[in-house]
Write a protein that binds this ligand. Structure first.
Ligand SMILES: O=P(O)(O)OC[C@H]1O[C@](O)(CO)[C@@H](O)[C@H]1O
Length: 300
């Protein structure tokens, strides 16, 4: 079973519009409301691929209840930890050529709530083959929370992936995660002033088992103990890139439980990321796009 941890769960709202007029009234052509936050999207993709998943994270208030109800309706197994604050919403506004995201910061979480969650997480880890730690931290959580959770997993022999930004990413290598997955901008913020390969090697030197850098249409780069690999995309998929990183992380998580050679893992992850762009909402991927692009990805 793969556990996905989403400390800042969200009700993801997606507005599809023909275009945005920032000075006028915009009519929305389609609305999607569903449980989100990065780990939820990772779990949706893994479940669609037929893998056992368990969603955990912090949920509270009416929004937390709506998230939990949607997970239930989607058939995604969940063991959320209750907090007093109201979980957040995110808004993605997407037209045929652009997507803008508005992500609320999330509730304030107390030290006692975090301690309770850590005990809950330790119990869940007993049945885990891998754990995915992803997304922003809600207010009140220390910046080294992912490092702490990854270290607890590592001490129990459970491999982990961390997908984070800013200080949580900077601290993450201390927790000895199996894989860190920043995008190129996140990596540049965490390790300023070098090339992506240099930045990735720096995080590797600080304790990460491997660093996979996502570079949008330019593909992926993986700096691993076995060498450095690149995945180049044969063409650009048009659509909504929201959630493409989560689909890619799902592919990397599969590589932790079915440890194929790195080139195969990268190809699968890159294809899943691209196939997610073809879908209007985060947490889904287009199987036809996946089947088409997977064999054409160039691995070096
Ligand atoms: O935790 P954040 O970094 O704010 O990201 C959350 C958001 O990202 C997405 O997972 C897309 O990657 C959305 O579903 C949304 O919930």
């Amino acid at each position: 079973m793969i556990i996905t941890v989403t400390l800042n769960l969200a009700l993801d709202v997606t507005y599809q519009v023909p275009g945005v007029d920032w000075d006028g009234v915009n009519r929305v052509s389609a609305v999607h409301r569903r449980a989100g936050g990065k780990g939820v999207n990772v779990a949706r993709v893994l479940a669609a691929l037929g893998r056992d998943v368990l969603v955990t994270g912090l949920a509270g208030g009416p929004t937390g209840r709506a998230v939990e109800a949607d997970l239930h309706a989607a058939g995604l197994p969940a063991a959320l930890y209750g907090i007093a604050g109201d979980s957040r919403a995110t808004l993605a506004v997407t037209d045929p050529d652009h997507t803008a995201l508005f992500n609320e910061p999330g509730p304030e979480v107390t030290a006692g709530e975090l301690a309770g969650f850590v005990r809950h997480y330790e119990t869940l880890l007993a049945g885990a083959d891998a754990v995915v730690l992803s997304g922003s931290l809600p207010r009140g959580l220390p910046a080294d929370t992912y490092a702490t959770l990854a270290a607890i997993a590592a001490d129990r022999g459970v491999p982990s992936i961390v997908d984070a930004d800013g200080d949580p990413l900077r601290h993450a290598p201390k927790g000895r995660p199996s894989i860190l997955k920043p995008n190129a901008d996140e990596l540049a913020r965490a390790v300023p002033g070098g090339t992506p390969a240099e930045g990735a090697r720096a995080l590797l030197g600080q304790g990460a088992g491997a660093v996979v850098v996502s570079m949008g249409a330019d593909g992926l780069m993986a700096v691993t103990g076995e060498g450095t690999f690149a995945a180049r995309m044969p063409y650009t998929v048009r659509g909504n890139p929201t959630g493409a990183g989560d689909s890619l992380v799902a592919g990397l998580a599969l590589g932790l439980v079915e440890p194929d050679p790195w080139p195969d893992r990268l190809r699968r992850a890159a294809a899943l990321g691209a196939a997610a762009v073809a879908r209007p909402v985060a947490g889904e991927f287009d199987p036809d796009v996946y089947a088409d692009i997977h064999p054409q990805i160039i691995i070096t």
